[in-house]
Design a protein around this ligand. Structure first.
Ligand SMILES: Cc1ncc(COP(=O)(O)O)c(C=O)c1O
Length: 762
């Protein structure tokens, strides 16, 4: 027998002994049998309070609390207060900087906890301390995947088990992506609780109920977490619960929006076994941050919800004694027959089952990277978009529609030989791919046109988008004006300030700009907010994502609409020089102009693919956006990719003089190209980008966007090192008119004017 399993078995046995009357005999089991028993114990430990309440015709109460909020030392007393008030299960929220599935209240609690320096390791410590103080109820860690990856998945699960936690709800880790993690959970006797949302299709309900062990978390409404004081909880809840019930006897815990006893009763009358309350508890604590007061109020609130004191106490907790066999409800006896636990399919054999509702045929990953790490509410919607895109790209009619728009976009864009720049650098010929001449002034319009055609196919009436520099916002508002769709653009408040002119352009075009004031108030926060909003309006809204980022299928969709850049470069070079270029170069923010430039050359091994990232104040400082150069592999905004983050897996502020490159992650296809060595990624810092900006302006009479200036710097340095018979093509992704005000401000600063030897603003 494996030592690990023996240890886990002993621990579990100790934990359940005063809660469950298990017939436990270590015996001489095989590992598989032992592991099965461990799971039986663990799962029963979590299920038991729910089933015990069911036996008494009551419903269990599941509470949520963000760890480390409002202060580091409040968590353990609050956990004890929750239990004292009648909580049957505690979900302990692991803080994350970018909680895309959470509303403002829990988001705020996350921000405060992170400001308090609270991370995964602290959650373990709180659980340990609470257990020492006698906390009996199961503790489930609830949060996002990235902090677990940063901690190390295996170690995270083992340490959680040792600390006394019992399972996980990971909001952005749907089971399709969680095969490895579920395996680790199974080996450590931890539960993996799946979520089901109102949008979950029947096929997926079948699949998710099939893997559920202790209970299923049912999201009662579409959208982010948040209490619904004064608002009716989803009226279709009974129907949703019945739909799930048809497939499983596993207990259902319903959450999202439960605020008071009336909600609690509504939810229980809808047929759920347990009710989850989160935001209301967080709000109570936010409004009453002093520990003495918050613990008292939280306990009182729990008592009100559960009518604690009037109902018989949960079985097995009276004087610490276990219930007699006669008292024991069905299914809580350690000897009862239970359904198979955690049937984790192995390797490839898992695919048919997992692909039950994945009609699209596009690969969801680029090697190790990509995937769709999203809240359950989004899964079926992404499947729908994937299927629509897969169908569209096979349909010549669709491409005809796209190409019919080329006159509007101003395609093909020119491939222009930059003669004076070439002469100045003294090496290879420098060609500029003039995406700056596109309608609206950048490459963003290619993707905006493609996606709005897709949205039309899907019958959507409203478009939302995120934007950094504002170029994608302008492109989106433009196509919305042309096609008559409503347009709402999310933009970090800091970017709204930096890109005032584009904000005004979006508004003139009839779009709304919604400033995002959470987090660092830049592009990453705009993506978070757009995703949060999208979930509430899936029926009529398409999220027109602006770069090759986000969950599958977005990186593929954006690339498919941007690859026109590389395709044109290829034929234009053939026409002008009768050969392929020796290198193609592009700036990389999220990576859409770069992947569009690279894609058609990936198979041409003689063509170097060079991405230039934003070095900000320098890659040896904390203020840069050089994701591929300095980042680590993690999961954010729905995809696995390289990320700039803290060692605990929290996203940290990035910096670039160009708003459009100021982003913590990067498109997963670039991560793959870097990982495999097919593409090279280099860095240009703020000063180098400004130097390139000045040179191209003054030598070619072209004012480039600050984003593109990074690519220009990289391409110019490369050209310098190559002989004159070589050809370097640089994607000039955008026009610099939008940046003139920012450059003016910069050049008013004498230090910068001297550095660049450019005294036009003084
Ligand atoms: C002109 C321009 N180039 C490049 C970018 C960076 O985006 P991506 O890396 O997706 O091409 C932006 C983003 O706003 C931009 O406006």
């Amino acid at each position: 027998m494996s030592e690990h399993l023996k240890r886990v078995f002993a621990e579990k046995k100790e934990q359940v002994s005063d809660q469950c009357n298990f017939v436990i005999d270590e015996g001489n089991h095989t590992d598989l049998a032992l592991s099965y028993r461990i799971n039986r114990m663990s799962i029963s430990f979590i299920r038991r309070p729910i089933l015990a309440k069911r036996f008494l015709a009551h419903r269990a109460f599941v509470t949520f609390l963000t760890a480390g909020f409002p202060t580091r030392d409040a968590t353990v007393p609050l956990m004890m207060a929750l239990e004292a008030g009648g909580a049957d299960i505690i979900e302990l929220g692991v803080p994350f900087s970018d909680p895309i599935a959470d509303g403002p209240t829990i988001q705020r609690a996350n921000t405060i906890a992170i400001e308090n320096g609270v991370h995964y390791a602290d959650c373990l410590e709180y659980t340990r301390q609470a257990r020492k103080l006698g906390l009996k109820v199961p503790v489930i860690f609830m949060g996002y995947y990235n902090p677990l990856i940063a901690y190390g998945e295996e170690k995270a699960v083992q340490d959680a088990r040792e600390a006394g936690a019992n399972g996980y709800i990971i909001v952005d880790l749907p089971p399709e992506e969680a095969i490895k993690f579920r395996n680790i959970c199974q080996d450590s006797g931890m539960s993996y609780v799946p979520l089901i949302a109102p949008s979950t299709s029947i096929d997926r309900v079948k699949f998710l109920t099939g893997i559920a062990d202790s209970f299923i978390y049912v999201v009662s409404k579409m959208g982010v977490t948040g209490s619904s004081a004064g608002v009716a909880i989803s009226a279709s809840l009974p129907e949703l619960v019945a739909r799930i019930r048809a497939f499983t006897p596993v207990p259902l815990a319903v959450g999202f929006g439960v605020d008071n006893r009336t909600h609690f009763e509504f939810v229980t009358s809808a047929g759920s076994d347990a009710v989850v309350v989160g935001s209301k508890i967080i709000k109570l604590v936010l409004d009453n941050p002093k520990i003495e007061k918050s613990t008292k109020l939280v306990e009182e609130f729990c008592r009100e919800i559960t009518l604690h004191g009037q109902n018989p106490p949960p079985l097995g907790r009276k004087n610490g004694t276990a219930p007699s066999a006669a008292e024991r409800p069905n299914g809580v006896n350690g000897t009862e027959k239970v359904e198979p636990v955690l049937p984790i399919p192995e390797g490839e054999t898992a695919r048919p089952e997992l692909e039950v509702n994945q009609p699209g045929k596009l690969p969801s990953r680029f090697g190790l990277f990509g995937g769709a790490y999203v809240p359950e509410s989004l899964v079926d919607c992404l499947n729908e978009i994937e299927a629509a895109h897969a169908e569209a790209i096979k349909d010549p009619e669709f491409w005809k529609e796209f190409e019919d728009m080329f006159g509007y976009i101003n395609r093909p864009s020119q491939l222009y030989l930059a003669e004076r720049l070439t002469e100045e650098m003294g090496g290879a010929k420098i060609w500029l791919k003039r995406e700056d001449l596109n309608h609206t002034g950048s490459h963003k319009i290619n993707n905006a046109v493609g996606q709005i055609l897709l949205a039309k196919r899907l019958g959507k009436k409203r478009i939302i988008a995120e934007t950094g520099a504002g170029q994608h916002g302008v492109a989106t508002a433009t196509v919305c004006a042309k096609f008559g769709l409503q347009c709402d653009v999310y933009m970090g408040a800091e970017d709204v300030r930096r890109q005032e002119l584009n904000v005004f352009r979006i508004k003139m075009l009839g779009g709304n700009v919604i400033p995002v004031t959470s987090g660092t108030q830049t592009l990453k926060d705009a993506v978070n907010e757009a995703m949060r909003e999208w979930v509430t309006r899936l029926e009529d809204t398409h999220y027109l994502i602006g770069s090759a980022i986000g969950p599958h299928p977005f990186p593929t969709i954006v690339r498919d609409f941007q690859r026109v850049i590389g395709r044109e470069i290829k034929s234009q070079m053939q026409e002008k020089c009768g050969k392929l270029p020796d290198a193609v170069v592009a700036c990389v923010g999220g990576g859409s102009n770069a992947i569009g430039t690279f894609y058609d050359f990936i198979e041409d091994e003689g063509v170097r693919l060079i991405g230039v990232e934003a070095g900000g104040h320098g890659v040896d400082t904390d203020l840069h956006s050089a994701t591929l150069t300095k980042g680590v592999i993690g999961v954010v905004h729905g995809a696995s990719s390289y990320i700039i983050q803290s060692k605990e897996g929290q996203l940290v502020p990035t910096h670039s003089i160009s708003a459009g490159l100021d982003y913590n992650s990067v498109g997963p296809e670039h991560s793959h190209l870097k990982y495999t060595g097919r593409a090279e990624y280099i860095v240009a810092d703020d000063e180098q980008a400004l130097k390139a900006f000045k040179m191209v302006t003054q030598l070619e009479g072209i004012i480039p966007a600050l984003e593109s200036s990074h690519g220009l710097w990289g391409g110019m340095q490369l050209a310098k090192t190559l002989p004159k018979d070589k050809d370097v093509v640089i994607c000039l992704s955008g026009n610099g008119a939008k940046d003139v005000a920012e450059v003016l401000l910069t050049l008013k600063d004498k230090k910068w004017a001297d550095k660049l030897d450019w005294h036009v603003a003084q």
